[in-house]
Design a binder for this molecule. Structure first.
Ligand code: IPE
Ligand code: IPE
Ligand code: MG
Length: 268
């Protein structure tokens, strides 16, 4: 019944990087891409290396993806670097991660500034170790005039705490009479979240074969296109990022409409 699968050697050669770049439709770029960078530990384990070398290699992936996003003219990129749940990891791993973060920001800041990238951090930054806090604030401050890519780093971030904090802020405004409960609508609520001013992500990428959101941007992901890949984060480089963008560009986003409505142009 089934015919033999073609032998591997007859598969077409992978497209060169420049060809993939060429295929990306600049008119249909996602405005905002969010990434759950997962799989560093498994990458290291597969090679018999300590988990930290996976994190180190993962930093290189982040560098490549940031550069590619900036070159394409994507407006915003949110990278999930450390979750509120990640504090439950062994202290040694946390310390190394924090150390890597500082080193990475320090090393990359001049390049980010040269490319007019604006850095912003979301999450409970003030609860991070002093050196991380300092470098994050320095990067934000020095890059604030950047008009290129907005690089949003989620550090000590949790989607539920983001929502809870917003509720707290809004309740205080109600208490002081600044806000009437009937006036609270979705845009007003969104403006109390840490991602205020950013459009919701158009595309969420999660690496390493896990199919979950892990308390990332819960409110903001309501209509985001999800892209899952088995590739581990340290192997997710320019090529994999371009493939994710091309996959996104094949999709039809409906926002509750019918396919016919969408294909017939934008609804009235
Ligand atoms: C992602 O890789 C990095 C962080 C969560 C900080 P992991 O460290 O989660 O790697 P796995 O999931 O154990 O492979
Ligand atoms: C999500 O990855 C958080 C980051 C990438 C920073 P995890 O590896 O922590 O997620 P779970 O625990 O597998 O859901
Ligand atoms: Mg993980």
């Amino acid at each position: 019944m089934s015919r033999a699968l073609p032998v591997r050697s007859s598969l077409p050669a992978p497209l060169p990087l420049e060809e993939l770049v060429r295929r990306v439709d600049r008119q249909r770029l996602p405005h905002h891409v969010a990434i759950i960078m997962d799989g560093n530990g498994r990458w290291a384990r597969q090679r018999g290396l300590p988990r930290v070398s996976g994190h180190r290699e993962g930093a290189e992936s982040a560098r490549e993806v940031i550069a590619q996003a900036a070159e394409l003219g994507i407006k915003a990129l949110t990278l999930f670097a450390f979750s509120v749940e990640n504090w439950r990891r062994p202290q040694e791993e946390i310390d190394t991660l924090m150390d890597l973060l500082v080193r990475h920001i320090r090393k990359e800041l001049p390049t980010l500034l040269r490319h007019k990238i604006r850095v912003r951090a979301i999450g409970a930054i003030d609860a991070l170790p002093l050196a991380v806090r300092r470098w994050v604030r320095k990067a934000e401050e020095e890059s604030r005039r950047g008009h290129g890519l907005l690089l949003n780093v989620a550090l000590n971030y949790g989607g539920r705490s983001d929502i809870l904090e917003a509720v707290r802020t809004l309740l205080r405004e109600v208490q002081t009479g600044k806000l009437h409960p009937e006036k609270l609508d979705e845009p007003r609520f969104a403006s109390a979240l840490q991602t205020a001013g950013l459009p919701d992500p158009d595309l969420l990428i999660r690496t390493s074969g896990e199919h979950r959101v892990s308390n990332f941007l819960l409110w903001q992901l309501a209509y985001t296109e999800l892209y899952f890949t088995d590739t581990l984060w340290p192997d997710f480089r320019r090529r994999e990022f371009l493939l994710a963008l091309l996959d996104y560009q094949q999709r039809e986003r409906r926002f509750g409409l019918t396919g016919e409505q969408v294909q017939g142009g934008r609804p009235a």
